[in-house]
Design a binder for this molecule. Structure first.
Ligand code: MYA
Ligand code: JJ1
Length: 388
């Protein structure tokens, strides 16, 4: 069934329920000198390229490939449209390796036709902090699909990760592969219901009119929590402490230090937004919320070309109820003109989704680990990890 994945060190379907298998690495590391030193062979017309995402020209090529060929919904109405600034952010975290930003070109025309990336991350799985690659942005041009290019790309990124003495990876996908460590549901909160309905992202509910729908999703003009403000650079140490403590309760979560928090959570215009609650008296930071900006192209609509979506990222509540904190996040997202606020049912998100009028989407997201066995799939609510 899975000619490629059956050959890889990942949990296999046949092993589900086998409690004799130990949790942890599936195969041991090998000496770096034994890692294949040359790239895998591509079909003759193609060549590998290491993408310099700092270069405006290269970044534009990657952006164009993804804009035209990356992930779509099941009815091909929307396609993720990661911005160049977002790609630069996603691909250059602390300690990143340029060699993990891998493209494939047509030799003759130099056209970029495929892409895959890794970035390093420390991820805690229960009690063990493991250095991993987070693999993302796997994309093969539409005209080159089903030619088994993806397995070569995955093997090549694996080889380059091994060369850095890293032996595990984490990744997410909308498709079922051997074998998910967890499966999450997407939820959507309408901010601009008229546009969402006009473009086919959502539908008028039964016995609902447009004006009743608009009223249903109305939000206050401004946030309600005293001390709610944008995160600033001087907040990095306090946010790191708050987030580390919060994430410690989940089975799988990133092990963020201050450098990671500075990179992943300090606000970056049109890329990531972060807010916190500072006690008006003590200035103590008690709560935190964040979301990232990922628009989708609207395919074939005469009136609209882009859906502006915010995606829930990391949220921590210790004093402000999570429901109120997230309602404030919705209010700022609305102020910033987002059309929809998306969230997965990870961490404690279930506690606010229904009450804040999110509805379940038609998409699921499966989480995977490479070369790390989990005895039993974890619940979405035990996941403390959000990939981009
Ligand atoms: S998830 C986002 C993936 N991208 C898209 O969905 C964009 C639109 N689609 C495409 O560009 C193509 O359809 C892709 C497949 C490139 C996805 N993850 O070349 P093929 C397996 C893993 O003939 P194509 C993301 O970016 C498939 O089961 N495997 O197929 C995370 C089959 O294998 P098997 C996938 O359609 C990526 C084989 O590929 C995926 O032309 C994490 C078919 O190859 C998928 N999303 O191309 C990658 N889709 O026969 C793994 C299909 O066995 C990283 N396949 O079933 C692993 C860790 C590596 C590092 C390890 C370090 C230690
Ligand atoms: O966005 C998604 N679905 C939308 C649009 C559906 C359009 C028709 N297929 C959706 N809308 C309903 C919203 C409605 C609002 C009011 C309340 C009730 C709900 O369901 C889905 C997620 O649900 N997105 C996708 O399918 C995109 C792909 C998701 C998997 C991506 C994995 C790749 C990432 C790897 O890093």
């Amino acid at each position: 069934r899975h000619k490629f994945w059956e050959t890889q060190p990942v949990g296999q379907f046949k092993d589900i329920g086998d409690t004799s298998l130990p949790e942890g690495p599936i195969e041991p590391p090998t000496p770096i000198s034994e890692v294949k030193q040359e790239p895998y062979n591509l079909p003759n017309l193609y060549e590998w390229v290491t993408c310099d995402i700092d270069s405006e020209e290269m970044c534009a090529e990657v952006y164009n490939l993804l804009t035209n060929n990356y992930v779509e919904d099941d009815e091909n109405m929307f396609r993720f449209n990661y911005s160049k600034e977002f790609l630069r952010w996603a691909l250059r975290p602390p300690g990143y390796f340029k060699s993990w930003h891998i493209g494939v070109r047509v030799k003759s025309s130099k056209k970029l036709v495929a892409f895959i990336t890794g970035v390093p991350a420390r991820i805690r799985v229960r009690d063990n902090v493991v250095t991993m690659a987070e693999v993302n942005f796997l994309c093969v041009h539409k005209k080159l699909r089903s030619k088994r290019l993806a397995p070569v790309m995955i093997k090549e990124v694996t080889r380059r990760v091994h060369l850095e003495n890293i032996w595990q990876a984490a990744y997410t996908a909308g498709v079922v592969l051997p074998t998910p460590v967890s499966t999450c549901q997407y939820w959507h909160r309408s901010l601009n219901p008229k546009k969402l309905i006009d473009v086919g992202f959502s539908r008028l509910g039964a016995r609902m009119t447009m004006s009743r729908t608009i009223k249903l999703y109305k939000l206050p003009e401004s946030t309600v929590t005293p001390g709610f403000r944008k995160m600033e650079p001087h907040d990095v140490p306090a946010v790191t402490r708050l987030l580390r403590e919060y994430l410690s309760q989940f089975a799988i979560a990133p092990d963020f230090d201050e450098n990671d928090v500075e990179h992943w959570l300090l606000p970056k215009e049109n890329v990531v937004d972060s807010f916190l609650v500072a006690s008006p008296e003590t200035h103590e930071i008690t709560d935190f919320c964040s979301f990232y900006t990922l628009p989708s192209s609207i395919l074939g609509n005469p009136n609209y070309s882009t859906l502006k979506a915010a995606y829930s990222y990391y949220n921590v509540s210790t004093k402000t109820p999570l429901l109120q904190l997230m309602n404030d996040a919705l209010i700022v997202a609305k102020q910033k003109d987002f059309d929809v606020f998306n969230a997965l049912d990870v961490m404690q998100n279930e506690s606010f989704l229904k009450e804040l009028k999110f509805g379940p989407g038609d998409g699921k997201l499966h989480y995977y680990l490479y070369n790390y066995r989990i005895r039993q799939a974890v619940l979405a609510s035990e996941l403390g990890l959000v990939l981009l």
